[in-house]
Design a protein around this ligand. Structure first.
Ligand SMILES: [Zn+2]
Length: 415
């Protein structure tokens, strides 16, 4: 075996062992807290619901472990069997070695590689989520979503891939590739909420009434264009509730799930909206974009170095003459083995933004109480894990835990 294959197996082994260890830590931590409702949660959660949060957490964790084993087995089979060079070579023999053929082969392979996970995705939606009352989708809707996603992937992915494959002939092509992909990301920030999300969900302005007036005046007070507050029919697929900020500049919008509108009181919704406006006002979105741009740039520089490395191609059964396409394929499959270890840093930063947006919301509505109540309700209704292991939440959580957020809101605020 080529040394790069040993390196691959070691990286995969270390990552998997670490994932299983964290999962084990977290499961044990959650089980230890399962006897009775811990003191900080007794005010707002009944023992029955608390039990359900633990069952849901453990069921998701079991499913996550199954997914991990499945992914590892699949990746090992794909890499060690020589499946990729065989399939790519076969497709190129059949389609010719034009740029179009290379792009098409890459897309075909990524579709083929995504097929084995479909039964697991089905199980998650129609067994796991169903068991806890969250699934609102139908098989028909699920299949339609998959097909729409596939068509979008082809329509959007094919031209981008072809441009990249064409650029590779230029000097410092990786810089050009970065420029193209970053520009593409910017365009997608506008196109995604405006044209792609409506293919899957309905977006409507806030209905007339007291709530609308209240949210509009908050928007006005905080300097946010209120026309951009929309309600999404999230209940079409799931009982989970959420709110999010998307877009930038004139294309910015805040989306509230209809499920959220049903669960929260007016002043709590106002706090959630203020939190999302906070993300915008505090420049979190543009900062995130800048960092993702930097990551793209580094990614392409690494990719460029790999395309010049004989050992990289040889190790995985390709040849350097095959150009960028096999390197892109391998990069897509294997970069996660390295970027996985960046999760804690990225999530630490994201959690910092959440604290800032919470503080913004508290100050905007002159009280921390509505924010705290909305967070409690969101955790209760979504059966979120209230007692994650600190190492687990530090590694994986993009949002601080409920207790961390409550403490921060209460400690530095006026009440
Ligand atoms: Zn947030």
């Amino acid at each position: 075996m080529h040394p790069i294959i040993y390196a691959f197996i070691i990286l995969l082994g270390v990552k998997t062992a670490f994932e299983i260890w964290l999962e084990w830590l977290n499961r044990r931590h959650v089980q230890e807290a399962s006897g009775s409702v811990p003191e900080p949660f007794q005010d707002f959660i009944d023992p029955e619901t608390y039990c359900k949060t633990i069952e849901y957490t453990l069921a998701k964790s079991r499913f996550g472990l199954l997914e991990t084993f499945f992914d590892v087995a699949l990746l090992l089979i794909i890499i060690l069997s020589g499946f990729l060079p065989w399939l790519y070579g076969g497709l190129i023999d059949f389609l010719g070695n034009s740029l179009w053929a290379q792009g098409l082969s890459l897309l075909a392979i990524s579709i083929i590689l995504s097929l084995p996970a479909l039964p697991l995705e089905w199980w998650q939606q129609f067994r796991l989520e169903e068991r806890f009352g969250f699934n609102k989708s139908t098989l028909r809707l699920w299949v339609t979503d998959k097909l729409k996603g596939l068509i979008l992937g082809l329509v959007i992915g094919f031209p981008v891939l072809c441009v990249l494959l064409w650029l590779v002939g230029l000097p410092v092509w990786w810089l050009w590739a970065f420029a193209v992909v970053f520009a593409f990301q910017l365009v997608m920030i506008v196109v995604y909420p405006m044209f792609i999300m409506p293919l899957f969900n309905k977006f409507e302005p806030l209905p007339e009434g007291g709530l609308r007036n209240r949210l509009m005046s908050l928007a006005k007070k905080t300097g946010f264009k209120a026309k951009a507050i929309l309600v999404m029919d999230g209940s079409k697929r799931s009982g989970h509730s959420n709110a999010f900020f998307t877009g930038f500049g004139n294309f910015r919008r805040i989306v509230l799930f209809d499920t959220l509108m049903e669960q929260l009181e007016e002043d709590e919704l106002e706090a959630v909206l203020a939190h999302e406006i906070g993300h915008y006002k505090l420049g979190h979105v543009s900062r995130m974009l800048a960092v993702s741009g930097l990551a793209t740039l580094i990614g392409f520089r690494v990719l460029a170095a790999l395309t010049e490395s004989d050992w990289f191609y040889k190790g995985f059964g390709f040849t350097t003459e095959q150009g960028l396409a096999p390197a892109l394929l391998l990069f897509g499959l294997l970069s996660g083995l390295v970027t996985f270890w960046l999760h804690p840093a990225i999530n630490f930063w994201s959690r910092k933004h959440e604290y800032e947006a919470d503080a913004f919301a508290r100050d905007a509505v002159n009280s921390g109480q509505p924010m705290v109540r909305s967070l409690r309700k969101l955790h209760e209704k979504n059966l979120s894990n209230l007692t994650p292991h600190p190492a687990y939440s530090a590694f994986y959580y993009s949002h601080p835990t409920l207790l961390e957020r409550e403490a921060a809101i209460v400690s530095t605020g006026s009440g």
